[in-house]
Design a protein around this ligand. Structure first.
Ligand SMILES: [Zn+2]
Length: 211
């Protein structure tokens, strides 16, 4: 483990290296951010958005939480989404889960993680309940957890499509595309799970007709 002082030393070296490579690097970024992508990922330290997509500061607007959940009453997520869609005008939103996710595995147990975590993990338990038949049929627990990771990504992307912020942008500007990915901790590869084009129909009970 690095001591905290090391992080600051690394930072100085990093900043100097960037300027050496590209003298205008910070001037350009300080004035404007125009990312085309919003990333909704897991907080897991092994899944950093920029590194695994080999992108630079300024390219991806990032929101992360435990198990990459899209919960419509989450004000933090809602504010990030509103800003990304209506101000930054992102063209793509990526929900990126990852195989071996501790949050997903925890939700598969009956352990009491105490009120706050229980509330959060409940959302993943709800996904399990929807797909119980398919999941229960997978005997290997690691494979079952990995399938739940994929199904969770699918449900969270669908949760985005249920939100009026997305539906309004789809109707007026034919963006953003929604993408669900699952990242492999063991090999570093991203597995695309699903794509929703702007205007994709969802269960009509969630569709607003007066946007
Ligand atoms: Zn995770």
């Amino acid at each position: 483990m690095l001591p905290i002082e090391q992080l600051l030393e690394n930072n100085v070296a990093w900043a100097q290296a960037r300027v050496k490579e590209d003298p205008d690097f910070f001037n350009r970024l300080a004035n404007l951010q125009t990312p085309q992508f919003l990333w909704i990922g897991c907080s897991d330290s092994r899944v950093p958005a920029n590194q695994i997509t080999d992108t630079q500061p300024g390219e991806i607007f990032v929101h992360r939480n435990i198990a990459n959940l899209v919960i419509h009453t989450d004000v933090n997520l809602g504010a990030v989404l509103d800003y990304a869609v209506n101000h930054l005008k992102v063209k793509h939103i990526i929900v990126c889960g990852h195989y071996g996710c501790g949050g997903v595995k925890a939700a598969m147990t009956q352990t009491d993680y105490k009120p706050i975590l229980n509330k959060w993990l409940r959302n993943i338990k709800d996904v399990y309940r929807i797909y119980r038949e398919e999941l229960d049929a997978i005997e290997d627990m690691e494979k079952r957890a990995d399938r739940l990771v994929e199904l969770n990504v699918k449900e969270q992307v669908t949760n985005l499509a249920k939100m009026s912020t997305i539906q309004k942008a789809w109707k007026e500007e034919r963006r953003p595309h929604l993408h669900g990915w699952a990242y492999g901790l063991k090999n570093g590869y991203i597995n695309p799970i699903l794509d929703l084009e702007p205007g994709t129909g969802i269960d009509p009970i969630y569709e607003y007709d007066d946007l």
